[in-house]
Design a protein around this ligand. Structure first.
Ligand code: SF4
Length: 192
């Protein structure tokens, strides 16, 4: 049977309507309400914002006995009305996923394994490597098209990739630091 584009949309629309009618025929509201009330019964609720990206979806965090037991979208958030994307809906794993690394891990150049290191050691490494890379690769002057020497004060050996977890002030400070170093590859992972 050949199907025109118009036929395809007609069938798709009819199917969707059938599913919607079926869903309406069975009232799941009491079941859903009971399940929800059991899950978060006697839990304290805290308002928060999803930490992952700049969309800033509101979240309700439920905790019992000092442990987070559930995180849901906050229906009072005007731009999301309680929705979370799959990543935001899994935020609870930030706090109680046993597989999540919670100590800094370092893999040395050429190594095939990760080692635990103190956070202070990591900071020192980052600062030292930033400094050394800049000392070694900073370009102060280069020749223009006409052969004349011009000042560029540029560092191409370091690239900076921002994070959607960073707030305005953190982004401002990172930009300042990068510009101070002469870093030109200054990017961000989010496209919001
Ligand atoms: S990661 Fe998803 S849930 Fe979190 S703020 Fe961004 S869009 Fe919202």
């Amino acid at each position: 049977m050949s199907l025109s584009r118009r036929d395809f949309f007609k069938i798709g629309g009819a199917t969707a309507a059938g599913v919607a009618t079926g869903a309406r025929g069975l009232d799941l509201a009491p079941v859903e309400a009971a399940a929800t009330s059991l899950k978060i019964k006697e839990a304290q609720v805290f308002r928060s914002v999803c930490p992952y990206c700049a969309v800033g979806c509101g979240q309700l965090i439920y905790a019992r006995d000092g442990k987070i037991i559930d995180i849901e979208g906050d229906p009072d958030t005007p731009h999301t009305l309680g929705r979370l994307c799959p990543k935001g809906a899994a935020t609870i794993q930030l706090s109680n996923n046993p597989l999540r690394p919670i100590k800094p891990l370092y893999r040395a150049p050429g190594s095939d394994h990760w080692e635990e290191k103190p956070l202070e050691w990591m900071y020192e490494q980052v600062a030292r490597r930033y400094y050394e890379a800049r000392e070694k690769h900073f370009i102060e002057k280069e020749r223009g098209k006409d052969g004349a020497e011009i000042t560029v004060n540029r560092l191409e050996a370091i690239a900076s990739l921002g994070s959607a977890c960073a707030d305005n002030e953190e982004c401002y400070l990172l930009s300042k630091l990068n510009r101070t170093f002469g870093i030109v590859y200054h990017e961000h992972q989010a496209r919001v």
